[in-house]
Design a protein around this ligand. Structure first.
Ligand SMILES: CC(C)(COP(=O)(O)OP(=O)(O)OC[C@H]1O[C@@H](n2cnc3c(N)ncnc32)[C@H](O)[C@@H]1OP(=O)(O)O)[C@@H](O)C(=O)NCCC(=O)NCCS
Length: 423
């Protein structure tokens, strides 16, 4: 893109991010950019010196920057300024199901259960699109998206999607009106504050920490036909940012000492159980809420002081979110049986207490809008986002999804799997 005037020529060049020379500049732009609508409370991110952190754990990723190059204007030297950036990653995920071949568990031929099998697709994800406030509405965002999509196509992605707040007009219009995306899913981001007091454990529930070699088969068995389930789940649960996968079972079934192992659990599961994993976002980025009035901040502080002084009262206090704060992300929430909701609640209590020990401000998760386990996930409406808007686009015509057809037209399921690597 070239802009000319008054003897000055300005060109916007989109190129790959270079950690050595771009890191500081990119962080400056990131710090200037609010996420979400301006005029209300806005969320700002600090990527702690690693602007690529939100994609670097994905199988394939890239970050592009938009650089403004100004030539002329009476000055000999050219001036270069980073004015925007975008991240993208590609991975293989479940996009639908097909009928199994009649041997459901792979071992017991006598049962011949036709369990559905996952259909996978190569999916690209766009995130962290930012354009410096002083350079908006000049076509830079659009240019960044188009270049990133070209990289997706070169690397074999079949679909591309992005997530934004429903009321982020700039972003919604950019993707739906200019880039051919359609509104696809509206999961809910649920955020629970970390109180100064601990949450009491549920005495009717035992919680067992699974090692990654047990977590992987549990997730594959329970989630492999769930939309967006990553085929490389093993690298997710083994990642150093995964703080653990926890299984809640009834008190009378077994505990950490009598735990029979995952194979016995599959053979003879308790009536109800639930599982979740905790991802450490705190060491990767901090968030900050800006735009709150002094009164609001003072009220929040009062609740914290009270909660700290009288923890046995279990007062719901507002954490310090008006300064940079860290958080944990809960993913892979699932369960079965009549008490699964209760067990998820117990797991969220454990996650809260771990987040408190590790000095986090909030615990967040994201689940499908109709997720049945949502009832067991404690959260504050004021901190949460009821409708996170995911928009999708089909990138090409050669598809491996014959049995599902066009994923962009498929109805939503009850659950989705939100990958913690790109939250
Ligand atoms: C969203 C954002 C990246 C857009 O960048 P941009 O460079 O200003 O966008 P462009 O100039 O390429 O705009 C392309 C189209 O997007 C839409 N658009 C962009 N900004 C808009 C706005 N403020 N209001 C309404 N539509 C807007 C328009 O359709 C526009 O085309 P037009 O100018 O011909 O009408 C930028 O506003 C931003 O950084 N916002 C803060 C961070 C953010 O919310 N990121 C998105 C998270 S996914």
């Amino acid at each position: 893109m070239v802009v000319e005037g008054g003897g000055v020529v300005a060109v916007v060049v989109v190129r790959e991010y270079d950690a050595k020379k771009d890191c500081k500049k990119v962080e400056e732009v990131e710090n200037k950019c609010e996420v979400g609508p301006s005029g209300k409370l806005s969320l700002y991110t600090d990527l702690l010196g690693d602007p690529i952190c939100r994609v670097r754990h994905s199988p394939a990723y890239i970050m592009l920057v938009a650089e403004l190059v100004v030539l002329g204007g009476g000055v000999d030297k050219e001036r270069r300024e980073i004015v925007g950036m975008i991240r993208g990653c590609i991975k293989t995920v479940t996009c639908g199901t097909k009928n199994g071949n009649g041997n459901g568990n792979g071992k017991d031929c006598a049962t011949k259960l036709a369990l559905p099998l996952p259909v996978y697709t190569k999916l690209a994800y766009i995130l962290g699109l930012r354009v410096s406030p002083s350079h908006r509405r000049m076509g830079i965002g659009l240019q960044l998206v188009r270049r990133l999509e070209a990289w997706f196509v070169e690397n074999g992605a079949e679909y591309s999607y992005m997530a934004t707040e429903n009321d982020n007009q700039a972003s919604v219009k950019l993707f739906t009106q200019k880039c051919g995306y359609s509104k696809f899913r509206t999961p809910s981001i649920l955020v629970q504050p970390v109180f100064a007091h601990r949450i009491r454990p549920d005495s009717r529930v035992n919680i067992i920490k699974l090692n990654p070699t047990e977590a992987e088969p549990l997730y594959r068995r329970h989630f492999s036909t769930t939309e967006f389930f990553p085929r490389d789940i093993d690298s997710v649960v083994k990642n150093k940012l995964n703080l653990g996968t926890f299984l809640a079972v009834p008190k009378q079934s077994y505990d950490a000492v009598s735990w029979p192992g995952i194979d016995d659990f599959f053979t003879n599961p308790p009536d109800s159980w639930a599982v979740l994993s905790i991802w450490n976002c705190k060491d990767v980025m901090t968030l900050e809420v800006r735009g709150a009035s002094r009164v609001r901040k003072a009220l929040a502080k009062t609740t914290r002081v009270m909660d700290r002084a009288l923890p046995w009262l279990h007062l719901p206090s507002v954490p310090q979110v008006f300064r940079p704060f860290g958080f944990h992300f809960l993913y892979g929430l699932g369960g079965e049986g009549p008490n699964a909701v209760k067990f998820i609640r117990a797991l969220c209590g454990l996650a809260h207490n771990l987040a408190k020990e590790r000095g986090c401000g909030v615990v967040a998760t994201e689940v499908a809008s109709r997720e049945p386990l949502k009832l067991g996930i404690p959260h504050w409406k004021s901190l949460s986002c009821a409708e996170d808007l995911w928009c999708i686009k089909r990138l090409g015509q050669d598809y491996s999804d014959g049995s599902v057809g066009d994923w962009t037209k498929s109805p939503p399921g009850l659950s989705i799997f939100v990958d913690p690597r790109e939250f």
